[in-house]
Design a protein around this ligand. Structure first.
Ligand code: NAP
Length: 244
């Protein structure tokens, strides 16, 4: 993958920590110029210290109009990693309205609007493009305490297929990466619970969590010319969780 994305301009949302950060670093290492975004400036400053020198940072909230307008105005955008997302595990009958709205707003509405703005920027550029929406294995199956999260990630899968069909004639490919559990600031509090950790390991035939590198590699494949005939696909990086 060395320098294979040279000349590309990538936008990565949720790049301050976790999966987004690993993707931003991987894309920059592969030669792309990267706009890395999140709300927390200190996380982005740490990322910018990454030695490639190709990472520009933006502090902003993906749920806000100003952020979406800024994305639509990017010149030369060719890759979007639409990654910012969250989860608030609650049993179905106890989901409160505020949590429902919070997760829907971030995982579905903001993901839709950022993807739309990026597609507008790519269409204006006129060149080929690759959009990778960060889904989850929970975009394919159900799981306890994940009704809202599963609903949002199934929505991301549907959005991806519809976008892929509509944007294919313009040379813009749209795919998802659907990870199993990776230890990040989002999931560490969940995985610190021994009962939940045992449940997770029991569900993964490979017997291990995915690594940040596993997810970044899948994203970089879908961003690269190696996947030039792949669109509307969900690349499950789940150690077999959803194969059962
Ligand atoms: N970790 C896993 O096991 C796993 C598995 C499957 C799918 N995923 C998906 O992968 C994505 C990333 O997960 P993660 O585990 O890396 O999460 P994370 O560690 O919590 O990191 C999330 C990133 O998104 C940013 N973010 C959150 N809300 C934002 C907002 N409103 N505007 C802009 N940036 C925002 C956060 O920074 P700020 O708070 O500073 O904004 C942070 O940089 C999510 O879509 C998640 O659903 C994760």
């Amino acid at each position: 993958m060395s320098e294979s994305l040279s000349g590309q301009l990538a936008l990565v949302t949720g790049a301050g920590r976790g999966l987004g950060r690993a993707c931003a670093e991987g894309l920059a290492d592969a030669g792309a110029r990267v706009i890395a975004t999140a709300r927390t400036a200190s996380d982005l400053e740490a990322l910018a210290a990454h030695d490639s020198g190709r990472i520009e940072t933006w502090t902003g909230d993906v749920t806000e109009d100003a952020f979406v307008e800024r994305v639509a105005a990017i010149e030369g955008l060719s890759i979007l990693v639409n990654n910012a997302g969250a989860n608030r595990p609650q049993s179905f009958v106890e989901v409160d309205a505020e949590s429902l709205d919070f997760v829907l707003n971030l995982n579905v509405r903001a993901a839709f609007r950022v993807a739309q703005a990026a597609a507008q920027a790519m269409l204006r550029t006129g060149g080929p493009g690759a959009i990778i929406n960060m889904s989850s294995q929970m975009g394919h199956v159900g799981s306890p305490k994940r009704s809202v999260y599963c609903m949002t990630k199934h929505a991301v899968e549907g959005l991806t297929k519809a976008m892929a069909v509509e944007l294919a004639p313009h040379g813009i490919r749209v795919n998802t990466v659907a990870p199993t559990f990776v230890e990040t600031p989002l999931t560490k509090p969940m995985l610190d619970n021994p009962t939940f950790r045992d449940f997770v390991f029991g569900m993964i035939p490979m017997g291990k969590l995915a690594s940040l590198e596993d997810i970044a590699a899948a994203v970089m494949y879908l961003a690269s010319p190696a996947s030039s005939m792949v669109t509307g696909h969900s690349l499950r990086v789940d150690g077999g969780w959803t194969a059962q």
